[in-house]
Write a protein that binds this ligand. Structure first.
Ligand SMILES: [Zn+2]
Ligand SMILES: [Zn+2]
Ligand SMILES: [Zn+2]
Ligand SMILES: [Zn+2]
Length: 350
């Protein structure tokens, strides 16, 4: 079996578990949690495998291919997966995404160790499971889109899982109905609830940052997100992008990337005049949180990263390379910024 085959079989298995996790929810919620959680971990491990197979072994320095193929190894934990994807693949799994996977894993651990006899008839417990599934799928789906160059052979499986999740959401409709009064209060206060990207119910109460950017909290599934409204750069239809600058247009299915959002969110006239007048606040800036290059745009008094949706109140010039960045630039002359290694790196190269 080649590395490609191992990746393929792990990914195929993950989608099988995911489908199971969704399908068996009604009859066996406990196994649904276990299978769904396993699927999430397997897909994250599949991403790590694209760097090297030994990275899904707890101690890669002791990894042995023959033992690995025989299934005789201790697997990485969720925490290690996140750290390795960050340190080795250079890709960040956001706190929100990790938090949703962690909640799922904690719930799984609880169910595996403590018997819950009335689980099948406990409506509150079942609502919590579906809410967790919705939040995790939201984040996982986005990661799979971002990792399209690795998972492009599984487009059919991803689309099928997304459809199945849309059906899965129906278990939350009782909770949505019970929130009617609360949602009405929000609407009367001028915060008309919007459709939640995780569970689909119109229960995400917005807190507007400006006319295109809002942060929302869903009262049904507890998902929080930042939404950006723009016109699709490909087809011109109005679209909403949530939480990260990588998505696809729901109308034309073309890819949306941070550079499209930067363009749509930049006040080009004000930026042109600002830069001409020597106002540094309009210079293209890099993100200190996700290391995005020129992904930060000015929105009134705030700076918004079109890649990771981080919001900062100021940008500063790197004292070594002169690039503008969000985040702390105090030691940048020596340590550099997200796009240079500072004087320390320069001296090392010398
Ligand atoms: Zn929701
Ligand atoms: Zn479009
Ligand atoms: Zn960022
Ligand atoms: Zn720099």
């Amino acid at each position: 079996m080649t590395h490609h085959h191992i990746f393929d079989s792990l990914t195929r298995n993950a989608f099988d578990f995911l489908e199971r996790g969704i399908e068996e929810f009604d009859k066996a919620p406990k196994y649904s949690v276990i299978h769904f959680c396993a699927a999430v971990e397997m897909l994250l491990k599949a991403r790590l495998m694209k760097e090297h197979w030994s990275l899904i072994v707890s101690r890669p320095e002791q990894a042995n291919l023959a033992k690995f193929m025989a299934g005789d190894f201790i697997s990485v934990t969720l925490e290690e997966i996140r750290a390795r994807i960050r340190d080795i693949a250079g890709e960040d799994i956001s706190d929100d995404a990790y938090g949703s996977f962690r909640a799922l894993a904690n719930h799984r651990n609880k169910l595996v160790h403590f018997f819950h006899p009335e689980m099948d008839s406990d409506e509150k417990a079942k609502e919590q499971i579906v809410a967790e599934h919705c939040r995790s799928w939201f984040h996982l789906h986005r990661l799979l889109i971002r990792w399209d160059r690795y998972f492009h052979d599984f487009g059919g499986e991803i689309a099928r899982a997304d459809r199945a999740m849309k059906g899965h959401r129906k278990y939350l409709s009782a909770k949505f109905k019970a929130l009617k009064t609360e949602l009405e209060v929000a609407r009367k206060a001028g915060n008309t609830p919007k459709a939640c990207s995780a569970c689909g119910f119109k229960a995400a109460v917005p807190n507007n940052l400006d006319d295109q950017i809002a942060s929302l909290r869903c009262l049904v599934c507890d998902h929080t997100e930042i939404q950006v409204e723009l016109e699709c750069p490909h087809c011109g239809e109005p679209i909403v992008i949530a939480n990260v600058g990588y998505s696809t247009c729901e109308h034309c299915e073309e890819g949306i990337e941070p550079e499209h959002l930067v363009d749509a969110l930049t006040d080009h006239v004000a930026a042109h005049i600002g830069i001409k007048d020597g106002d540094d606040g309009w210079e293209p800036a890099n993100c200190g949180a996700c290391e995005g290059y020129h992904t930060v745009v000015r929105r009134g008094d705030h700076y918004f990263c079109a890649s990771c949706f981080d919001i900062s109140d100021h940008i500063e010039q790197c004292q070594w390379c002169n690039e503008f960045n969000t985040g702390d630039m105090e030691h940048s002359f020596w340590a550099g910024c997200s796009h240079c290694d500072g004087k320390a790196g320069w001296e090392k190269d010398d």
